[in-house]
Design a protein around this ligand. Structure first.
Ligand code: UTP
Length: 320
């Protein structure tokens, strides 16, 4: 980890903002098939990362960027997400009676982060469709989209940089991560041109999950967007694309062709908790960094790893 990542974790309370962007949409209605059977009755966005569900980190990030109105797009597991961001009176009363203020705060925090709304997608017709469901709530204002299973390290400033670019250039803004050629087929991929600003590019085209041979670059679109409301009209007429789903990338391709999409380059820490291996890495890394758990857990981890020879698993270890 480089020095940049040792900065103190910023406050999670909302910062006052005069920005026109106040609303965030958090799509969390996907089927999460890569995480079955855990996601049979639980949304993948509710899987715990140490002791908080993944989606809480995402809502904390939005709130820290001054987005105080958050719309969750949920699917058939609506209840779990709704309950998590609501008050839990019985639990709160019990903890209050015991004087357990630390746990009481942990229970109350999610409901205090922002003004949180919920909308059901009905059918998981794709990320583009999930965003389109937000049209009435968002209205005619620019808005942010944060994918509910895509975590940014709390010390990263990506969303703020994207909101600044929207302020200066209008239009829509995507976040771009340079990935190895063999991984571009997992993402939407952008064709880009440099601008006069460091770390900001103009996006001239977008392709959903291209092969490494046809990809226009190695810049992958990751789960943060600042979108102009013009995207809704485009989404209305976007037909199902790759995988039979209405793809946000396809709608953004239309806007990029019209010259209204910028990209902010990101090279920091980001965790895709919708992928099993990446999820495990995220839990281990964040657990090691926790002041209350890190020392004990890291000591065990060092010992555990030293006993693992390449190609062997814990099961193959001789019994002590
Ligand atoms: P993914 O591409 O990760 O799809 O969605 P998924 O269906 O959730 O997961 P797998 O691939 O089957 O394991 C990216 C984001 O878009 C949301 C998901 O909840 C996730 O946050 N999404 C996707 C929706 O809200 N609605 C959809 O119809 C599809």
């Amino acid at each position: 980890m480089n020095a940049r990542h040792r900065a103190p974790v910023p406050s999670l309370t909302a910062t006052p903002s005069r920005r026109p962007v106040r609303k965030a949409v958090v799509p969390a209605a996907g089927l999460g098939t890569r995480f079955l059977p855990a996601t049979k009755a639980t949304p993948k966005e509710m899987l715990p990362v140490v002791d908080k569900p993944a989606i809480q980190y995402v809502v904390e990030e939005a709130a820290a960027a001054g987005l105080d109105d958050i719309l969750m797009i949920t699917g058939r597991h609506k209840r779990a997400i709704e309950d998590h961001f609501d008050h839990a009176f019985e639990l709160e009363q019990t903890l209050a009676a015991k004087g357990d203020t630390a746990r009481l705060d942990a229970v109350r925090d999610p409901a205090r982060l922002a003004d949180i709304h919920h909308l059901r997608q009905g059918e998981p017709l794709g990320l583009g469709h999930a965003v389109l469901c937000a049209r009435r709530h968002v209205g005619d204002q620019p808005f942010a989209v944060l994918l509910g299973d895509d975590l940014m390290d709390p010390r990263e400033t990506l969303l703020n940089r994207m909101l600044d670019v929207r302020d200066r250039h209008a239009g829509s803004v995507v976040a771009l991560l340079e990935v190895p050629a063999e991984q571009v087929h997992l993402y939407g991929c952008a064709a880009v041109e440099p601008t006069s600003e460091d770390g900001v590019v103009r996006v001239t085209g977008l392709v959903e999950k291209p092969s490494s041979e046809t990809a226009p670059s190695r810049y992958a679109v990751i789960g943060r967007y600042v979108l102009d409301p013009a995207v809704f009209d485009v989404l209305e007429r976007t037909p199902p694309g790759r995988g039979g789903e209405i793809q946000l990338t396809d709608a953004l391709q239309d806007l990029a062709a019209a010259g209204t999409v910028h990209g902010v380059l990101f090279s920091g820490l980001r965790y895709d908790t919708g992928d099993k291996v990446e999820y495990l890495r995220t839990v281990v890394r964040l657990a090691c960094e926790r002041p209350d758990l890190g020392a004990e857990f890291a000591a065990w981890l060092r010992d555990f790893v030293s006993g693992l020879e390449p190609g062997r698993t814990e099961r193959d270890r001789p019994a002590a």
